[in-house]
Write a protein that binds this ligand. Structure first.
Ligand code: PBG
Length: 336
């Protein structure tokens, strides 16, 4: 055969790596960790094998294990000792995340990012205080058929977010990551941090966060499932791609430093679009359901876990993510 082009030449063992377009580094990975004020012992999260809710007294050891694998950053989620309609334990200076941040930053070199949201702290599980909204299926003339439905009060939530980020920053958080999809959240948080003297603290915005069924295991882990309804009123419709560009643009205007797309694998097109349209670092959140499904299939012997985990993270990077938040962080980093 007289073939000019033989792409297989570059797939031979000794040259394959030389021409590889994408690589995974432990330094690109962020490990999510759960700190729980309601327990003195680690509680395994059933749907997320290998992950636990960790008591405050165990959080430093947990983070040291992460650092051991070469992963240098953690994303901290808190489960508070009590919940109320406003989620007030979220901004308490002696709250679970604030205390964990103080301990981790004073005893380790980890780069500590805090998730900033209210859903783990409100007793109804929504991402902010509620407002009643009247909605009518068949038009106003239906009168009595109008059903009052509850939705999150956007602007009241912004006021709470200001308090949360400043309390995290006072505790020593290196970066804050607002995840509640409230309009104006990035701008509000940026001004609150700046006014409190934390202009050096970057914001990683969950800029394009979809209303996804892949968050199921996380909601068990963090005890943050909405008690009623869903998050459609604030998280994005999975059908929309242009809207993600709009969300990211708004966050860019408001001063977000890193743009996150979440989930990752079912939204690789969004990651790739955001990479092309913006010059910010792009983060992708390989969420709890993406982790759980690979584990479940591996447990049945249907997939090889290490291989599919690495391939997943590689494809997320290839799509354009600079950073990946993933429950596989430690496993994969250890093998790199
Ligand atoms: C909300 C938050 C959620 C996740 C991260 N931050 C859950 C939600 O929006 O319901 C999900 C992460 C995952 O599934 O791994 N604070």
């Amino acid at each position: 055969m007289d073939l000019t082009h033989r792409p297989r030449r570059l797939r031979q063992d000794r040259v394959r790596d030389l021409v590889s377009e994408t690589s995974l580094e432990p330094a690109d990975l962020i490990a999510p960790v759960f700190v729980d004020a309601t327990t003195d012992e680690r509680i395994p999260i059933e749907s997320m094998p290998g992950h636990d809710r960790v008591p405050i007294d165990g959080i430093v050891a947990r983070v040291e294990d992460v650092l051991e694998t070469g992963v240098e950053a953690v994303m901290l989620f808190g489960i508070p000792e009590s919940k109320d309609p406003e989620g007030s334990r979220a901004w308490a200076d002696d709250g679970v995340v604030q205390e964990a941040v103080r301990r981790i930053t004073s005893e380790t070199d980890a780069y500590v990012i805090t998730d900033v949201c209210l859903c783990e702290y409100t007793d109804h599980g929504h991402c902010g205080p509620l407002e009643a909204e009247l909605r009518s299926e068949g038009g106003l003339e239906d009168g009595p058929a109008c059903e009052p439905t509850m939705t999150v009060d956007n602007d009241a939530t912004l006021a709470a977010l200001e308090q949360i980020v400043t309390s995290h920053a006072r505790a020593g958080a290196d970066m804050v990551a607002p995840s509640g999809m409230m309009d104006g959240m990035v701008g509000t948080i940026r001004s609150a941090l700046d006014e409190a003297g934390f202009e050096h603290v970057p914001i990683m915005s969950y800029a394009a966060k979809y209303e996804s069924a892949f968050y199921g295991p996380f909601r068990d882990a963090a005890d943050g499932a909405p008690a009623f309804g869903n998050r459609r009123h604030y998280q994005m419709d999975p059908a929309n791609a242009r809207e993600a560009v709009r969300e990211v643009r708004l966050d860019a205007e408001q001063g977000a430093d890193v743009m996150m797309v979440k989930p990752a694998l079912p939204y690789l097109d969004i990651i790739s679009t955001i990479r092309r349209e913006f010059d910010h670092p792009v983060a992708a959140y390989n969420v709890s359901g993406e982790y759980a499904m690979l584990h479940a299939a591996a447990e049945k012997g249907w997939l090889e876990l290490e291989a599919v985990a690495t391939e997943s993270l590689l494809s997320i990077k290839r799509a354009g993510a600079d950073l990946i938040l993933t429950y596989f962080a430690e496993d994969v980093a250890q093998r790199l």
